[in-house]
Ligand binder design. Structure first.
Ligand code: 3PG
Length: 305
């Protein structure tokens, strides 16, 4: 079987070697398409692939149509909003993700951005500390749980809300579970977003919610830009000059947000999961899932059933 790794933002070299070992060790062939700049390169590369490993690369109906032999696509990572799962299902292509494999890396970046934020982007002026502040975690999945763990090391108070996770499970992790999403925004000094981009969450982080935050609040986003209502957040931040927005996913309205000097920071390219460890964990997990699918038809991590 031919397994294509198509990554516009490549894995660390160690991760590629790990994937190669797994795929070739199982008797399959590995093909690499890294740092491609044109959709056509992807369309050409998938033509004879039986399996596909991607990161945030867009696997659209067009890509799936071009991949006539494709049986399985694995998103090496958590969020699979980049895969047209319905189109894949219609073509009988199994779509999977690798949950949890890169979550520590993303969680660590949250705190990298937070320290940078509370210390005024290292401009030399006195900032504040994280200890004693209340952090609100929106969605208590793999990343959210790692964020809670690290927050406690900083001496922070931690609250969480998750529409799909029972309150008891949140409390069992030593975190205060709030009843509603808006309570998190009302009660916390900092809110960290860990919701996936779905039809329900798209643009759900709006002025009504963020406007409920306390004076000096910080919103940190290592999830998806799509969950933010950008025009509303921008307008709110123009009115509420105490709010900061730190994001690992550059907004479409980046140029406008940049006018909010000292209160807005975006990484140039999403880098939450961009560590050797996360790449290796997620890449090898993806390769093993593909091997298991071809060996035994295993679809444990299928997201388009
Ligand atoms: C994920 O959903 O796993 C993260 O957002 C990482 O995405 P990336 O593989 O594009 O860095």
């Amino acid at each position: 079987m031919k397994v294509l790794v198509a990554t516009e933002k490549p894995f660390a070299a160690a991760a590629v070697e790990g994937i190669r070992k797994e795929i070739e060790g199982a008797g399959h062939e590995l093909a690499l398409l890294e740092k491609y700049t044109d959709k056509q390169q992807l369309l050409d590369a998938v033509a004879d692939a039986d399996a596909l490993i991607v990161r945030s690369d867009k696997v659209t109906a067009e890509v799936l149509d071009a991949a006539s032999k494709l049986q399985i696509v694995v998103r090496a990572g958590a969020g699979y909003d980049n895969i047209d799962c319905e189109a894949a299902k219609a073509k009988g292509v199994v779509a999977e993700n690798t949950p949890g494999q890169n979550s520590n890396a993303v969680a660590e970046l949250v705190f990298g951005m937070l320290v940078f934020g509370v210390r005024n982007f290292y401009n030399g002026k006195a900032g504040t500390e994280l200890m004693g502040k209340r952090l609100g975690i929106l969605a208590f999945g793999n990343v959210g749980r790692n964020v809670a763990r690290i927050a406690k090391g900083f001496g922070m108070e931690v609250s969480a809300y998750d529409a799909f996770c029972p309150k008891e499970a949140i409390e069992a992790a030593g975190v205060k579970a709030v009843d509603a999403q808006e309570d998190l925004f009302k009660e916390c000094d900092i809110v960290s977003l860990h919701i996936p981009a779905t039809p329900e969450t798209r643009q759900s982080i709006n002025a009504a919610l963020v406007g409920k935050m306390k004076k000096g609040a910080i919103l940190v986003n290592t999830a998806r830009k799509e969950v933010i209502n950008e025009p509303e957040l921008l307008q709110l931040m123009q009115e509420r000059t105490d709010i900061k927005y730190l994001t690992d996913i550059m907004p479409d309205m980046d140029a406008d947000f940049r006018q909010l000097e000292g209160r807005y920071f975006s990484t140039p390219k999403k880098m939450g999961a961009q560590t050797a460890e996360a790449n290796t964990n997620a890449g090898i997990a993806a390769a093993r899932q593909i091997n298991a699918y071809f060996a035994d038809g295993c679809t444990k991590y299928q997201v388009n059933k």
